[in-house]
Design a binder for this molecule. Structure first.
Ligand code: CUA
Length: 191
C-alpha cells in the first residue's frame, strides 16, 4: 500500500479537528488541575513545617571549612558538655568510618543539642527510637535539639552509604537515671 499524499490533487480532505473547550482536552485539563493542586498542597506543607514546626534544611545553621574543621573551636575536642541545668550540647564528628565521640551520656529528661559535621564524605546521623535523623554534609553543620525522656540506650548509626566501613559506623546515646551516673570523660580520649 502506498500512503496517500495529502498534498496531491484529488486526495481526501483532512478531517477537521474536534472542537475542544479552550483548546484543551478535558482529560489533560483534569491532570493540569491535579498537578496545580499538588503544588498548592506542597507549598502549604513546606510553609507549615518550616515556619510553625521548626523543621529546617541542613545547612541553615552554619557553614564550616571541612579541611580544617577538626582543628578548630569545639570540633577540635568533640564530645558532650553540660551547658546548664538539664541542658547539654554535643559536638560530633562523622568521618570514615566512625563517630567521635562514640558515646553520649546524659541524665533522663535533659535536653541535648547535637551538632554534627563531616571532614570528608557525606554521612548520616540517625538515633534509633527517636526522630533524630540528619544528613551530614562536609562543610555544613547539622543541628538537632532533643529531650530524652526515657532511660535507656539509643544507638546512633550512619545511614548514608559512605563506603567499605559504612555498616560499622555507629555510636550510642546512654540515658541514665541521674546526673551522678553521667560519665563522658572517656569520650575525648579515643583514637
Ligand atoms: Cu558514614 Cu555511612
Amino acid at each position: 500500500m502506498t500512503p496517500i499524499d495529502p498534498g496531491r490533487p484529488g486526495a481526501p480532505e483532512p478531517e477537521p479537528e474536534k472542537k475542544l473547550s479552550m483548546g484543551i482536552d478535558p482529560y489533560e485539563r483534569n491532570w493540569m488541575r491535579a498537578s496545580v493542586l499538588l503544588l498548592v498542597v506542597f507549598f502549604i506543607t513546606v510553609t507549615i513545617s518550616g515556619f510553625f514546626m521548626g523543621i529546617q534544611v541542613v545547612g541553615a545553621d552554619r557553614e564550616v571549612d571541612p579541611r580544617i574543621v577538626t582543628d578548630s573551636g569545639p570540633w577540635a575536642d568533640p564530645g558532650v558538655r553540660e551547658i546548664g541545668p538539664g541542658k547539654y550540647e554535643a559536638y560530633v564528628i562523622a568521618q570514615t568510618w566512625n563517630f567521635e565521640p562514640r558515646e553520649i551520656e546524659l541524665p533522663v529528661h535533659s535536653e541535648i543539642t547535637i551538632y554534627v559535621t563531616s571532614p570528608d564524605l557525606q554521612h548520616g546521623f540517625k538515633v534509633t527510637d527517636t526522630n533524630i535523623n540528619m544528613m551530614v554534609v562536609p562543610g555544613q553543620v547539622s543541628k538537632v535539639t532533643f529531650t530524652f525522656d526515657e532511660v535507656g540506650e539509643f544507638p546512633y548509626i550512619c545511614h548514608e552509604y559512605c563506603g567499605r566501613g559504612h555498616a560499622n559506623m555507629s555510636g550510642i546515646v546512654r540515658v541514665v537515671d541521674s546526673t551522678e551516673d553521667v560519665d563522658n570523660t572517656a569520650d575525648g580520649a579515643s583514637s
